[in-house]
Design a protein. Structure first.
Length: 177
């Protein structure tokens, strides 16, 4: 066979994915004040794909089980523990999520591809427009950014999280998959 190969059948794909489920170390994500249901649904989908099992949402965003949310999330909200906290409750319980790694361009952020990501950490992502709030940034132990090569200086929050989660996964677990 030459080229890129053939698509694998659904049973083989299912078996490969089933084998990877043993590598779910309990990675967590804190979402700071997200506004878009579509972004939230995309975050659930990418978090599940990377083996994340806990999302902490600090927001007044109403979680709906609309058909569109479920379609975009591909029903992954059924498999990820969702905790919705007020800002006060989040800060009262913040120590149980440390170390916190902010996915944000800051004065102290390091290129994600040059960073060593902690084995047991919580990624923090922010609002679509304003990023992570300054008070939450101040309690993060590390900030990482994704180098940008185009004209735009940022990317969609769910896409940035996908890169961060899979870079973390690449650093932590070597799979034969």
């Amino acid at each position: 066979m030459t080229g890129a190969g053939k698509q694998i059948d659904s049973q083989k794909l299912f078996n490969q994915q089933k084998d990877c489920k043993d590598y779910r170390p309990g990675l967590k994500v804190i979402i700071d004040d997200i506004k878009s249901q579509d972004n939230l649904a995309s975050i659930f989908r990418v978090a599940d794909a990377a083996g994340c099992n806990h999302i902490i949402l600090q927001s007044d965003c109403e979680i709906t089980k609309s058909k569109q949310f479920t379609r975009i999330a591909r029903s992954t909200e059924k498999f990820i523990n969702l905790e919705i906290l007020s800002k006060t409750d989040l800060f009262e319980s913040i120590n149980k999520y440390k170390p916190l790694v902010a996915v944000e361009i800051t004065t102290e952020s390091k290129n994600i591809f040059d960073s060593v990501l902690p084995a047991d950490c919580t990624f923090v992502i922010g609002n679509e427009q304003n990023g992570i709030s300054n008070d939450l940034l101040q309690v993060c132990q590390q900030a990482i950014h994704i180098p940008m090569f185009g004209h735009n200086g940022s990317m969609n929050v769910s896409h940035a999280l996908a890169i961060a989660l899979f870079e973390w996964r690449r650093q932590q677990v070597k799979l034969a998959y």
